[in-house]
Ligand binder design. Structure first.
Ligand code: PLP
Length: 437
C-alpha cells in the first residue's frame, strides 16, 4: 500500500479505525498529566504497564501467601518452571527454538556471563569488533572483559564508526574491518539496532562474515527485541542478550533475556560458570556430599555439574518470579497480537511519522535514522544541530504532554510502539512539534 501522507487529523483517525491492532491500546496504562493522557513515545526506554501486570503480580503474592514453599510446585504458575513458561512467546519474538532462549538476571550481567563462554581469547585471537558509539554499558562491558583477560582495550577493542560527516555505520566498513582483523578476531559484538541512531544492522550478513573470519557473533538486542523481525536461529547467531523493560514492557528491572544457539546449548563441554538452576533438573537435588578432591565424585555430587541442554544451562539462581511476572503479562499480549502483525503496523506507523516529519524539517533538525523500513524499527532519531536545541525541544514537548527522550549529542528519540500507539498520537505529536518550531 502506498504511504498516503495527508496531514489531517481525520486521516489519522481513519487509519486508526482501519487498524486491526487498535484494541490493544486499552490493554496498557498511559501516564497522565492534568487529568489527560500523555502522548507516550518512550516505549524504547521503558514500555508502558500492561493493565494485566497487576493481576500477574497479585497471583504470585497469593500463591506465596497460601502455599509458601509449595508454590515452587503447586502455584498456578509453578515457580520451579516459571522461566520456561516465557520461552514460547520469546522464541516467536526472537525467531528461535524454545530451547535456545531463557530469562534470567539482567542484560549486562547476561552479556558478561555469556562472554565467559563465548569470549575465550588467546594471544593470537583476542580482538573484539563493536560499533562506535555503542550504549555505555556495552562499552564498559567490552573494556572490562578484555582487561580481565589481560589485554589492552586500545589494542583489543576495535570500534567501527560512521564516516566523517555521516551518522550511520556503513555495512561495507564493518565487513572490511572483519576481513582486516580476521587473523586476530575473537568476537563481533554489535547492537541489533543502535540506540542512538535507530539503525538496524544486518545480523544475518554480520554473522556469516564473522563466522568466515573464525570468530563468534553476539548481539545486544535491547532495542531490537519486540521491535523488529528477528530470526536468530536461522541466521546462525551464536548468542544474544536483551532487557525486558523496553519494547517488551516487562517493567523496570525486569529479568533479562538470553539466546544461545542450538548447536551450543547441546554442547555440554562448553565452559561456563554453573549454579544449581542451570544443572540438569533430574540431578539438581542430589546434593550428596562427595568432594571433588577425594576423587570420588559421581554424577550428582560436587564435580557433577551437568548443564541443562537448553539456554537455561547458563542460568545459576532461583527464578526471579517477581521480576518476571509483569513480563509474563506482557508476553501474553504479544502472543495475541503476533509479532508479524506488530511489525507490519510498526512500519506503517513509523512511515507515517517519517512522512509528517519530512514536511516539518526546516533546517532545525534532521532525521538521522535510515529511511528504508527494513533498516529501522519504531524509533526515529531527530538530530538538532544547534547546541542545546534538542534538549530544550524535548523539555518543551514534555511540558505539552508528549513523552520522548533526549540523548547526547543533540538527539530527540521518538518511538511510536505499535502495541499501544496510534496514528492520532503521531499526528498530534507532529502538530505540537510544528508549533514549537
Ligand atoms: C537499555 C540498554 C542496556 C541496559 O542494560 P541493563 O543491564 O539492562 O541495565 C544495555 N545495552 C543497550 C544497547 C541498551 O539499549
Amino acid at each position: 500500500m502506498p504511504q498516503i501522507t495527508e496531514p489531517s487529523l481525520a486521516y489519522a483517525q481513519q487509519k486508526d479505525r482501519e487498524d486491526k491492532l487498535q484494541g490493544f491500546r486499552s490493554r496498557f496504562v498511559f501516564p497522565k498529566r492534568e487529568g489527560g493522557e500523555m502522548i507516550y513515545f518512550c516505549g524504547n526506554s521503558l514500555g508502558l504497564q500492561p493493565v494485566s501486570a497487576e493481576e500477574s503480580i497479585r497471583q504470585e503474592l497469593i500463591d506465596w501467601r497460601e502455599l509458601a514453599i509449595e508454590g515452587y510446585w503447586k502455584a498456578r504458575n509453578p515457580w520451579m518452571t516459571y522461566p520456561q513458561t516465557l520461552r514460547g512467546p520469546l522464541a516467536r519474538i526472537a525467531g528461535c527454538l524454545e530451547e535456545e532462549v531463557t530469562v534470567m538476571n539482567a542484560l549486562t550481567v547476561n552479556l558478561h556471563l555469556l562472554l565467559l563462554t563465548f569470549y575465550r581469547p588467546t594471544p593470537q585471537r583476542y580482538k573484539i569488533i563493536m560499533e562506535a558509539g555503542a550504549f555505555p554499558s556495552d562499552q564498559y562491558a567490552m573494556e572490562t572483559q578484555v582487561k580481565w583477560h589481560g589485554f589492552d582495550p586500545k589494542d583489543a577493542v576495535i570500534e567501527v564508526a560512521p564516516r566523517k560527516g555521516e551518522s550511520l555505520i556503513r555495512e561495507e566498513d564493518l565487513m572490511a574491518a572483519i576481513e582486516r582483523e580476521k587473523g586476530s578476531l575473537a568476537l563481533v559484538l554489535f547492537g541489533g539496532l543502535n540506540y542512538y541512531t535507530g539503525q538496524v544492522f544486518d545480523m544475518a550478513t554480520i554473522t556469516a562474515a564473522t563466522h568466515r573470519a573464525g570468530a563468534v557473533a553476539g548481539f545486544d538486542l535491547a532495542h531490537a527485541v519486540g521491535n523488529v523481525p528477528l530470526a536468530l536461529h536461522d541466521w546462525g547467531v551464536d548468542f544474544a542478550v536483551w532487557c525486558s523493560y523496553k519494547y517488551l514492557n516487562g517493567g523496570p528491572g525486569a529479568a533479562g533475556g538470553a539466546f544461545i544457539h542450538q548447536r551450543h546449548v547441546q554442547d555440554k563441554t562448553l565452559v561456563r560458570l554453573g549454579g544449581w538452576w542451570g544443572n540438569d533438573s533430574t540431578s539438581r537435588f542430589q546434593m550428596d556430599h562427595q568432594s571433588l578432591s577425594s576423587g570420588q565424585a559421581t554424577g550428582g555430587g560436587l564435580g557433577g555439574f551437568i548443564p541443562k541442554p537448553t539456554a537455561e544451562g547458563w542460568s545459576m539462581s532461583t527464578a526471579q518470579v517477581f521480576n518476571m511476572a509483569c513480563l509474563r503479562a506482557s508476553l501474553a499480549i504479544f502472543e495475541e497480537a503476533g509479532i508479524e502483525r506488530l511489525v507490519a503496523k510498526s512500519r506503517e506507523l513509523t512511515g507515517y511519522l517519517a512522512s509528517l516529519l519530512e514536511s516539518l524539517e526546516d533546517g532545525a533538525f534532521r532525521v538521522i535514522t535510515p529511511a528504508e523500513p527494513e533498516s529501522r524499527g519504531a524509533q526515529l532519531s531527530l538530530h538538532f544541530g544547534a547546541a542545546g536545541r534538542g534538549k530544550i525541544i524535548q523539555q518543551q514537548l514534555m511540558d505539552e504532554g508528549v513523552v520522548t527522550d533526549y540523548r547526547e549529542p543533540g538527539v530527540v528519540r521518538v518511538a511510536p510502539a505499535p502495541l499501544y500507539n496510534s496514528f492520532e498520537d503521531v499526528y498530534r505529536f507532529c502538530h505540537i512539534l510544528r508549533q514549537l518550531l
